[in-house]
Design a protein around this ligand. Structure first.
Ligand code: IPD
Ligand code: CA
Ligand code: CA
Length: 265
């Protein structure tokens, strides 16, 4: 039986392997960009990173299920519910940035047990930083060449003093919630569209106070949740339901969560 420390070590090792693949392709002149059936772009790097991580999981944890953005679901479901142990992978979160050469992108690896993410690793080699957590073991970050540091969220108590990232404004309008996003932005001290995984990691580090986003998939969120929670924050959808399964995300320092939920619902 593996414990979460073993699983976290595996996830971090897989993320380090993934970084070698993604960095080699970042800003490559021959990067192949194609369009998926959902009309979003994908690169050869997205596929190669997911293939690398899947191979590592299959070798180390052959009985575990996998959900990945590019290659879907493998492994069995447990009874009518979710698989008992499921790795959830977004090989490159921020593909649009990656293909333009903007360094805000990262590889997301999570382990969910009975549908609850308990291990999360986010690695952003172009930013030179990795973030990780396992339930009950704290949240940490490390910049290239520096020591790791324990993270904790900010102590900002009111939205009028807070820095908030709303990520994609068109995403809010497409979800029919544009006015709610504008109200959130107007109510904050500062509002910026920081985007992709980075905004969530800045919340975990206590450098900003909240991020909210519509139109997400479980693999966009699963790795973020344990990192936010172990840093002392709160992660839910924008209606307050916990977990990465409901299509939207609200991650805060915890202190601001209810105030923002009231604005958004
Ligand atoms: C995207 C990022 C982004 C979100 C988009 C996602 P991808 O993921 O998570 O923050 O706004 O909805 O599609 O496609 O770059 O992995
Ligand atoms: Ca994503
Ligand atoms: Ca992706």
């Amino acid at each position: 039986m593996f414990d979460l420390v073993d699983d976290l070590a595996l996830a971090r090792a897989l993320a380090a392997e993934a970084d070698l693949v993604s960095l080699r392709r970042f800003r490559a002149l021959d990067l192949e960009v194609t369009t998926k059936p959902d009309r979003t772009p994908v690169t050869d790097a997205d596929r190669e990173v997911e293939t690398t991580i899947r191979a590592g999981i299959t070798a180390a944890r052959p009985h575990d299920a996998i959900l990945g953005e590019e290659f879907g679901i493998t492994g069995e479901s447990h009874d009518e519910g979710r698989p008992h142990r499921q790795w959830i992978i977004d090989p490159i979160d921020g593909t649009a940035n990656f293909l333009r050469g903007v360094p805000i992108w990262g590889t997301l690896i999570a382990l969910a047990i009975d549908g609850v993410p308990v291990v999360g690793v986010v690695s952003s080699p172009a930013l030179g930083q990795t973030w990780w957590a396992a339930t009950g073991h704290g949240a940490y970050t490390q910049r290239t060449g520096q020591h790791e540091q324990k993270m904790s969220v900010s102590g900002v108590r009111t939205l009028s003093d807070a820095v908030v990232s709303y990520n994609s404004l068109p995403g809010w309008f497409d979800a029919g919630r544009g006015e709610a996003a504008i109200t959130l932005a107007r109510s904050a001290w500062r509002a910026r569209a920081i985007g992709d995984m980075w905004a969530y990691m800045l919340v975990a580090e206590g450098l900003i106070d909240a991020v909210a986003e519509c139109d997400l998939q479980p693999y966009d969120m699963a790795a973020l949740q344990p990192i936010i929670e172990e840093a002392g924050g709160r992660f839910s959808d924008i209606a307050g339901r916990p977990g990465p399964w409901h299509g939207t995300a609200l991650a805060t320092n915890g202190l601001l969560h209810d105030e923002i939920l009231t604005l958004l619902t």
